[in-house]
Design a protein around this ligand. Sequence first.
Ligand SMILES: C[S@@+](CC[C@H](N)C(=O)[O-])C[C@H]1O[C@@H](n2cnc3c(N)ncnc32)[C@H](O)[C@@H]1O
Length: 366
Amino acid sequence: MRPDQIQPEKYQQQLAEKQAGLNQLMADLGLPEMEVFDSEPCHYRMRAEFRIWHDGDDLFYAMFDSADPRTPIRTDQFLAASALINTLMPELLDAIRDVTVLRHKLFQVDFLTTTTGEALISLLYHKPIDDEWNAAAGELNKAFPACHFIGRSRKRKQVLTRDFVMETLTVNGQKFHYQQVENSFTQPNAGINEKMLTWALDVTKQASGDLLEMYCGNGNFSIPLARHFDRVVATEISKVSVNSAQLNIAINGMQNVQVVKMASEDVAAALNGETELPKSLLQAGMETLSPSVVLVDPPRAGLDEATIELIRKVDEILYISCNPETLKANLESLASTHQVVRYAMFDQFPYTHHVETGVYLQRKSV
Ligand SMILES: C[S@@+](CC[C@H](N)C(=O)[O-])C[C@H]1O[C@@H](n2cnc3c(N)ncnc32)[C@H](O)[C@@H]1O
């Protein structure tokens, strides 16, 4: 993305174009009318990554256009990023410009912020991080007491205070607290995430029984949705995210959610009867889980055949997708058994061609 692509005065126009494009792609699926959820037109991204460009002893943030990946675009401010990131950007460069050990071979800075004012800053180097760096970074941290710093080099990750932030999201007036760990998946647009969670609660408001969730990340959906179900079993491949989900379940006081670290392919193989139920699923009570709803939020590749066969067995499916192309293919597979009853577009990534979609499916009556 180029920084000059963010033009708040053109926000509504780009949203309308995205909506038209998605409707065109999905035209032959016979979907219900699309519900559209807009983003804040600027300062909507809670995280941002910048290359660092060196010019003699000076340095500046840079971004690149995918069409011209060799030419750095100087980026002193980035309208898409949170207001806090924009405040920190110049302050950080001012603080490290004259400290050779912090500046030398610094090639990237990653910011992760929250709506509650927390910030995690990762400094990435093309050199080993040593004790001298550690001491200088400690001094830097004193100048930014509200921030958490991490240094990264090829073989070392140096965490100065901690490697996570705590985010609070409000859904239907209720506050939910989430640990978000550096370099693990979190929804980038906090405002849109709150809208997605509110929508997910709305589409499942008549649900009862149990929820099976796959690709649960840090428990983003599992925790607010838990109140609609007797029990929730959620699965996820990343150990870091599973650990966060477990912490998040505890700090939000959820008693009925179990998280299991397992690849969706393995969950599907076990629940489709192709392999034995592994101990971790048994311990989570999977044998007695009776899901009335299954929630899937896969990566861009969408769902594999085995996972489609698994979710087809459940009466209601909540599918959150970050790739309309794979969503479309998966909906075509599911069309023989399920029909889409709710359909929403969430503008998670304004000014890009990326679209986040939510669909709610119910089993067709025979
Ligand atoms: C789009 S993210 C959604 C995470 C979460 N639902 C949220 O809202 O933050 C997709 C998640 O799927 C996980 N994932 C990727 N491949 C997987 C696989 N084969 N099996 C299980 N989880 C997988 C990723 O680690 C990531 O947490």
